[in-house]
Design a protein around this ligand. Structure first.
Ligand code: WT7
Length: 637
């Protein structure tokens, strides 16, 4: 069996096999792992009444594969090299042996606090090693982790805790980020006022600054660790037992809990990590994502550890203390593989060359991007100034729901093309459909990106609501998984992702539903209704533009700038800073059709600076509204 794709021919062979004999192909990949009991059947699936099972009746524990499996040959190899936000603070490193021990200890802390197999544990943490340790500790005992990104507000956190019915919350006093400190415990306290299911909060001392501790509910992480021993046998899980829930935004207002299970997710994240990045035994790999997103789950925690990699984990932000921070870390730790988001590349590019020129960057071999389409300028800058023209860029397209990378170059194997995710990985069968659901064959076509055959790490359900999962992903185009993305397949058969075709916007690689932001805006007492759209933004990729209709009486007592500020505050309060609108325009009405539907197409055009070519506007109830909106459009600062 081929352990790695080394050249174009390997790719062609693997790809063909993955399509003609998918079960055999994935069984061979799965053989590399420790299974306590082998599966009876590799795959069972139904894309109509959605159900997928991989490695059916197989028994395993994913942490045994991430940790115990490496103790023989890699026990002293560094698994995680942690770099703190403040460059004056020391780094912390964990070998595989040490990480194994820490995970077992924290798993015992969870057990001591009554956490059972299958129970949900919510994590609201800074990017510290304890976050990775706690994630793995959950998996060790079969608890389902639900990590909530530290930038979400108390309301958003409470919604996610309640939806998952989580029993334990893991958090920290504060989370340092750049020159700021996020008051995680304070936000968690506010959230816990409305989360009846939470029994205990275990609080990590990150900064040591004072926080409020509630008796009988809040426990100190370090106190708990003193009460446990180092050994914790892995809980034996079924291949299809849920491993984690991760909330993500969709077209409707309510975020959904994407559920990933154990066996297939393990096999696929390891396979893609090894092949896409071409990770070699002594490489140092760095993914700059936050574990609060899927990229961090699959390519900071699980994928790299499954492959026994040395990985850098970074607490800070790209521009602190200055825009050379990434490159200083790359030089200092001799990073070979660097994986980041287009928004970070654009932000650093805008800061100028001098921050790059100070560094050698000669350890780099492979560069990656993820999260949003990368524009040509950013791709070229990354290629020439960071990769010095010799590092392949893997532009990896995938989603929270797909669990792992789906369409991407294989570093150094598949020729790259600026702004193209290029070709599907083995096991992935993408198709482009027109709006009537017909498959578009051949090259030089553009349509809705769907996947027509299951892959091991696809989502299994949305937590507590399987109907929603079916409706969202399997009903638009019968018999296909619909991604929500538009895509072009060019003359060479290469795929280029064009962006979302639904009401999802992608702000700095963070996914938000327009309805979710509108719901928040509408909570402001002066607001009658609102419509939110994305518009092109130089750094963020997309910015958030909100059109808001206010009660005329209320507008008389509050000035427009005041109302705009208040609206932004409501959004920060309901969702978090990541959802704060970049522009708010108070309008007298929204362009609606006679049947009451908002014509978002027009609003998107106005927000992106167009003043004509609005297409057919004959169905508008009041066409004069469009002109009035055009006059008041909010310009860039
Ligand atoms: C959406 C998924 C996958 C981890 C981070 C985002 C967009 C993602 C790319 C890429 C163009 C991309 C898509 C996708 N996207 N990667 N390489 N090129 N677009 O995960 O929050 O679930 O968002 O991000 O629109 O549907 P997510």
């Amino acid at each position: 069996m081929m352990s790695r794709i080394n050249n174009l021919e390997d790719y062609a062979v693997d790809y063909r096999k993955s399509v003609t004999e998918p079960e055999k192909f994935w069984a061979e990949q799965a053989e590399r792992f420790v299974w306590r009991k082998k599966w009876d059947k590799v795959l069972e699936h139904d894309f109509h009444d959605y159900n997928v099972e991989w490695f059916k009746n197989g028994k395993l524990n994913i942490t045994e594969n991430c940790l115990d499996r490496h103790l023989l040959n890699r026990s002293d190899k560094i698994a995680i090299h942690w770099v703190p936000n403040d460059p004056k603070e020391p780094d912390r490193t964990f070998t595989y042996r040490e990480l194994h021990e820490e995970v077992c200890r924290f798993a015992n802390v969870l057990k001591r606090n009554g956490v059972q197999k299958g129970e949900r544990v919510c994590l609201y943490m800074p990017m510290v090693p304890e976050l990775a340790i706690a994630v793995l500790a959950c998996a060790r005992i079969g608890a389902i982790h639900s990590v909530v990104f530290g930038g979400f507000s108390a309301n958003a956190l409470a919604d996610r805790i309640n939806d998952a019915d989580a029993r334990i919350l893991l958090t920290a006093d504060f989370g340092p980020r750049g020159s700021k400190k996020i008051a995680l415990k304070e936000v968690a306290d506010e959230a816990m006022e409305n989360t009846p299911s939470i029994r205990k909060a275990i609080v990590l001392q990150r900064t040591g600054d004072e926080v409020n501790m509630v008796e009988d509910r809040d426990l100190w992480w370090h106190d708990e660790l003193e009460r446990v021993d180092n050994e914790c046998a892995p809980e034996i899980m079924d291949s299809e037992d849920p491993l984690f829930i991760l909330y993500t935004s969709g077209s409707t207002g309510k975020p959904k809990g994407v559920v990933h299970t154990t066996g297939g997710y393990m096999v696929y994240t390891a396979y893609t990590f090894r092949n896409v990045f071409q990770y070699k035994e002594d490489d140092v790999y760095w993914c700059t994502a936050d574990i609060g997103w899927i990229t961090g789950h699959s390519y900071i925690v699980y994928g790299p550890l499954l492959e026994g990699a040395t990985s850098v984990m970074f607490e800070g932000v790209p521009t602190y203390p200055d825009a050379g921070r990434f490159w200083r870390v790359v030089d200092r730790l001799r990073v070979n593989i660097f994986y980041t988001a287009p928004t970070a590349i654009r932000a650093l590019m805008a800061q100028g060359q001098e921050y790059v020129e100070l560094y050698k960057l000669d350890s780099l071999k492979v560069l990656g991007t993820v999260g949003e389409p990368i524009n040509r300028e950013a791709w070229e800058w990354y290629h020439h100034h960071i990769g010095k023209g010799h590092c392949p860029i893997v532009d990896t397209w995938w989603q929270t729901e797909t669990g792992g990378i789906m369409i991407s170059p294989i570093a150094g194997v598949l020729p790259t093309k600026p702004t193209y995710a290029t070709l599907p990985l083995p096991g992935i069968q993408p198709v482009l459909l027109d709006n009537d659901g017909n498959e578009l064959h051949g090259n030089g076509v553009e349509g809705n990106l769907c996947i027509k055959f299951p892959w091991p790490s696809m989502l299994r359900t949305t937590w507590g609501d399987h109907e929603r999962c079916k409706n969202t992903y399997f009903s638009t185009f019968k018999g296909y998984y619909f991604t929500g993305d538009g895509c072009r397949r060019d003359e060479d058969g290469y795929y280029r992702i064009l962006g979302r075709v639904d009401d999802v916007i992608n702000v700095s690689g963070h996914r938000l539903g327009t309805a979710e932001v509108e719901n928040a805006i509408n909570m402001h007492e002066a607001v009658i209704e609102s419509a939110v759209v994305g518009y092109p933004h130089d750094i963020k990729g997309q910015g958030i533009y909100a059109y808001v209709v206010c009660d005329a009486d209320k507008l008389e007592i509050t000035t427009v700038p005041e109302i705009k500020d208040e609206i932004m505050d409501v959004v920060i309060d309901k969702i978090g800073k990541i959802a704060r609108p970049d522009k708010v325009q108070i309008v007298r009405g929204l362009p609606k059709t006679r049947s009451g539907k908002i014509m978002r197409r027009i609003l998107r055009k106005i927000a992106s600076g167009e003043t004509s070519n609005f297409g057919d506007t004959s169905t508008l109830l009041d066409p004069s509204i469009v002109d009035s909106i055009k006059i008041g459009v909010v310009k860039d600062e």
